[in-house]
Design a protein around this ligand. Structure first.
Ligand code: ADP
Ligand code: MG
Length: 288
């Protein structure tokens, strides 16, 4: 039978916007010594803005942005939504006849009969397209049309105000080890991670690499220690399912993320993770 105190703990958590799917997860939170964070949408707002347009020779800025918006128009990725928003005009959906989202890479779509690629350096390398890096910090989306490099867009995201608080609150309650896993470029990951004081940063990961990183961390832990993974569910649902304690940020999180997670934070505040651990510890004191 489940001790009554656990229900008190789960109730207290839900009043703080933290949904815990069972008393075993509340119990597991007590033993969390490592918290692993996804970056985009978890530590950053996931509200990207196009801050630079860098067309290749013979391409205009407006044509580059238009093609990018068309290629991205079916994607729910925050990067895609920012490009569609920056374009700001109606998209003739019937001209997009073939569409593939390549996880951790970007998009390959047929737009007006032309093959458009929109994604990161890894996508360009995979497709054998020579590209160049524009100036400026941010996530870079390269574009190619029918095998020809067409230029790039620079997209900036903002770190959540609550993210630094989240890391320091964890440190205060003795969760010393924090890790960031991201599919984004190293330069962006290092910039965000260092600013927040995250101990370990792993960038340019594909979704399956994020799972491998969790497995590596789990193989290194001692005794009953537990590892929590916190993500928004975009490209990290398998990790949410695999971690000892999978925590979905409900603010932006998808239904699949809420389904895969053990704990759902209903707001977009990562500092709620330290609050949840605090509630778990007080609950254990009451139960025992
Ligand atoms: P994170 O791990 O930071 O949440 P993702 O795994 O969602 O990031 O994405 C990893 C990288 O893959 C992005 O930084 C981007 O370079 C590329 N990418 C993913 N989806 C898209 C898309 N729809 N358009 C362009 N690039 C994309
Ligand atoms: Mg993400």
């Amino acid at each position: 039978s489940i001790p009554l105190g656990f229900f008190g703990g789960i109730g207290a958590a839900s009043r703080s916007g933290i949904l815990i799917k069972g008393s075993n997860y509340l119990e597991a939170l007590n033993d969390v010594k490592t918290v692993v964070f996804d970056k985009t949408g978890t530590l950053t707002k996931g509200q990207f803005k196009v801050t630079g347009i860098h067309p290749a020779e013979g391409v205009t800025e407006s044509e580059l942005l238009r093609l990018a918006a068309y290629a991205e128009s079916h994607s729910g990725h925050p990067i895609a939504e920012s490009i569609v928003a920056a374009y700001g005009q109606r998209i003739e959906a019937s001209t997009i006849t073939d569409y593939n989202e390549i996880s951790g890479h970007g998009i390959r779509a047929s737009v007006e009969g032309r093959i458009v690629l929109a994604g990161n350096a890894r996508l360009m390398e995979r497709e054998g397209i020579a590209f160049w890096q524009p100036a400026g910090t941010g996530t870079i989306v390269h574009l190619a049309v029918d095998g020809q490099y067409a230029g790039s867009l620079v997209i900036a995201d903002e770190v959540k105000e609550d993210a630094a608080r989240a890391i320091s609150a964890l440190r205060k309650i003795g969760v010393a080890k924090t890790v960031m896993l991201t599919g984004d470029a190293s330069a962006v990951a290092e910039d965000v991670g260092k600013r927040l004081g995250i101990g370990e940063i792993h960038a340019e990961l594909l979704p399956q690499h994020k799972v491998e990183q969790i497995e590596r961390l789990e193989s290194q832990k001692a005794g009953r220690e537990k590892i929590a993974f916190v993500g928004d569910g975009i490209n990290d649902t398998p990790v949410l399912a695999r971690a000892d304690v999978g925590i979905a940020m409900g603010g932006l999180g998808s239904d699949a993320a809420i389904e895969a997670a053990d704990i759902v934070i209903m707001t977009d505040e990562p500092s709620k993770i330290a609050s949840a651990i605090g509630i778990a510890r007080r609950t254990r004191t009451i139960v025992w």
